[in-house]
Design a protein around this ligand. Structure first.
Ligand code: IMP
Ligand code: MG
Length: 176
C-alpha cells in the first residue's frame, strides 16, 4: 500500500485539551442528571469515545447513521437515516455528537427526526464546524474547533472510507 500522511491541521494534543474542556462544560451543564450521547456514525465515533470519558455524569450511548453525500466530497442535498437509535429517547437529555457540521443539512434533518421521539432537550456537540459553508443554521452548543473551508480527514473523519485512524485532524494535498 502506498504511504500517505496528510498534513496536520489540529494535533492530537490540541484535540485532547479541547475535548477535556467540552467534557467539563457538559458536566457542569447537567448537574445530577443523565445524558444520552447520540453518536452520528461513522465519523463521530472517535470523538464520542473520547468525549464520553471526559463527562463526569451517568451517560447512555446511542448510535445513528446518516448518509448525505452522493460521492465522497459533494453533498447530494438529501439525508437518509440508515440506522436509528434503539434505546429510549423520550424525556431524555440528548446530546447529538457529530464529527463536522458542513452545510448543516445532516444535523438539521437529524434534529427534525429526533424531535418526533420527544426528548426532554436536544443539544449539539460537534468536533468541527466550517462556518463559511453554512446553508442551514444550527446552534452548536459544544464546538471543539471552527475551521476554514478545507476537506479534512483523520480522528474519525474519512475520505472515501480512509484516514479515519489518524490520531490528528489533517488535510489532503493534491496527489492524495
Ligand atoms: P452537512 O450535512 O453538509 O453538514 O455534512 C456533514 C457531513 O458531511 C459530515 O457528517 C461528514 O460526514 C461530511 N463532511 C463534511 N465535510 C467533511 C470534511 O471536510 N471531511 C470529511 N467529511 C466531511
Ligand atoms: Mg458524518
Amino acid at each position: 500500500m502506498e504511504y500517505y500522511s496528510p498534513e496536520v491541521l489540529i494535533s492530537e494534543e490540541q484535540i485532547a485539551t479541547r475535548i477535556k474542556e467540552l467534557g467539563e462544560q457538559i458536566t457542569r451543564d447537567f448537574p445530577n442528571q443523565e445524558v444520552v450521547l447520540l453518536c452520528v456514525l461513522k465519523g463521530a465515533y472517535v470523538f464520542c469515545a473520547d468525549l464520553m470519558r471526559k463527562i463526569n455524569l451517568p451517560v447512555r450511548l446511542e448510535f445513528v447513521s446518516c448518509s448525505s453525500y452522493a460521492d465522497s466530497m459533494q453533498s447530494s442535498g438529501k439525508v437518509k437515516i440508515d440506522m436509528d437509535a434503539t434505546g429510549p429517547i423520550e424525556n431524555q437529555n440528548v446530546i447529538i455528537v457529530e464529527d463536522i457540521v458542513d452545510s448543516g443539512l445532516t444535523i438539521k434533518t437529524l434534529i427534525e427526526v429526533l424531535k418526533i421521539k420527544k426528548p426532554k432537550l436536544i443539544k449539539l456537540a460537534s468536533l468541527l464546524h466550517k462556518p463559511s459553508r453554512t446553508k442551514h443554521e444550527n446552534k452548536i452548543d459544544y464546538l471543539a474547533f471552527e475551521i476554514d473551508d478545507k476537506f479534512v480527514v483523520g480522528y474519525g473523519l474519512d475520505y472515501a472510507g480512509r484516514y479515519r485512524e489518524l490520531p490528528y485532524i489533517g488535510f489532503l494535498n493534491a496527489g492524495h
